[in-house]
Design a protein around this ligand. Sequence first.
Ligand SMILES: NC(=O)c1ccc[n+]([C@@H]2O[C@H](COP(=O)([O-])OP(=O)(O)OC[C@H]3O[C@@H](n4cnc5c(N)ncnc54)[C@H](OP(=O)(O)O)[C@@H]3O)[C@@H](O)[C@H]2O)c1
Length: 248
Amino acid sequence: MFDVKGKKILVTGASTGIGACTAELLASRGATVGLHYNRSSKEANDLLQRIYEFGGTAAILQADLLDASSHKSLVDAFICSFGGLDVLVNNAGGIHGFKHFLEMDDASWDDTFMINVKAPFFIAKEAFAFMKDNGGGKIINISSISAKYGGSSHSMHYGAAKAALDSLTKGMSRHGAEYNILVNSIRAGFVDTPFHKKINRQNIDERVRSIPLKKAGEPIDIARMVLFLASEAGDYVTGETFTVAGGD
Ligand SMILES: NC(=O)c1ccc[n+]([C@@H]2O[C@H](COP(=O)([O-])OP(=O)(O)OC[C@H]3O[C@@H](n4cnc5c(N)ncnc54)[C@H](OP(=O)(O)O)[C@@H]3O)[C@@H](O)[C@H]2O)c1
């Protein structure tokens, strides 16, 4: 039921955290995986080696998604390397300018929207165009529980960006259905990844205590939901937003 053998899957932001774990899980289940990264070259190469060691098939692709010209070329490079695209996992994301919203500046707002909305939209647009002419496919967007709560005082722009991503999920799914293109979002809760170190988040223990299950999520918790959606188990599911957040 959770078979993805032979599927060609592009995972953006596959160098660390949720994306790396997802890419490894999918490769271990027989998918051919494109490991996209931006700055974490060593981590991406280490992951590639681990996948080779268990006999998996993968390749790495570098692109800075803050650069709009990279969106189409990333999808083109994947399709050119692997001869197709069955599943896109729009995972790359993060917060630029983790500071009180009263101190928000244009650049932080723009970069946060670029990495969490514009880049996933334009990457999905390219994937959609290919899938439309090639029997369909799946697009899985990694969103955040922030979209539900509107983010914190320091991540309101990020919450808004992920909410926009969830809206795009719904919109694209409605237009994808006739082409057998299934589009879903996963709202991740607090997951233990480098994400929190990058924004220098304080009060981590307090945040974890606020989660009903009283523990941080692990990347594998999100990766398993991606596997579910990418596999046959998800073949009648589209336009949905799944929360994987320990009860948050
Ligand atoms: N961790 C959480 O608590 C949490 C909660 C909800 C949602 N999420 C979402 O889950 C997704 C994965 O986050 P994570 O927690 O795994 O964080 P992470 O470990 O920081 O991973 C972020 C990934 O995104 C890539 N990325 C960031 N900026 C990029 C850029 N400009 N161009 C290309 N790639 C870029 C990074 O690539 P390089 O390192 O190679 O530059 C990295 O692979 C994100 O969309 C995030 O918003 C996370």
